[in-house]
Ligand binder design. Structure first.
Ligand code: NI
Length: 167
């Protein structure tokens, strides 16, 4: 495993629609291992492949809180299959946008489908912060950044670190 360099705005790879993954060989496995290491090192709660300069539809998410121990999710070709009508505003930040935070409205719950790192179908039901992270990461695969959706953007140093997601 190796750390990869995180790509920052205004790098155009962050604005591209990432390519679907069709091959589950060694190159993908290495990419995923490196993304997990890079996310943990940052540290962040999620990372999308374009954030390490690779325009492929791969995300990794690792999140836990007082109630739920941290769990690692790796999803290849993720799609939001279902989303709640109910939404919630929460504070987000992004490893690719240093120094900024913003309030973003997201669906309270989503069902994400896609494939595992070995190409097996996966389905994840997420709510709350976990659902927010998945929506943020899947946005990355479509060239969308949280600042596009935020109602308000401000300096990260002014935000309560306990209330901000970095992904
Ligand atoms: Ni991000």
């Amino acid at each position: 495993m190796a750390l990869r360099e995180i790509v920052y705005v205004p790098d155009e790879v962050l604005r591209r629609k990432a390519r679907p993954v069709t091959s589950f060989g060694g190159e993908l496995q290495t990419l995923i291992d490196d993304m997990v290491e890079t996310m943990r090192n940052a540290p962040g709660v999620g990372l999308a492949a374009p954030q390490v300069g690779v325009s492929s539809r791969v995300i990794v998410v690792e999140f836990g809180d007082e109630e739920v121990p941290p769990k690692l999710y790796v999803v290849v070709n993720p799609e939001i299959q279902k989303k709640s009508d109910e939404t919630l505003i929460g504070t987000e930040a992004c490893l690719s946008i240093p120094g900024l935070a913003g309030d973003v409205e997201r669906h309270l719950a989503v069902t994400v489908t896609g494939q595992s790192r070995r190409g097996q179908p996966v389905k994840i039901k997420a709510s709350g912060w976990l659902a927010r992270i998945f929506q943020h990461e899947i946005d990355h695969l479509n060239g969308i950044l949280f600042t596009d959706r935020a109602e308000r953007v401000w300096k990260l140093e002014e935000a309560d670190p306990e209330e901000v997601l970095l992904d």
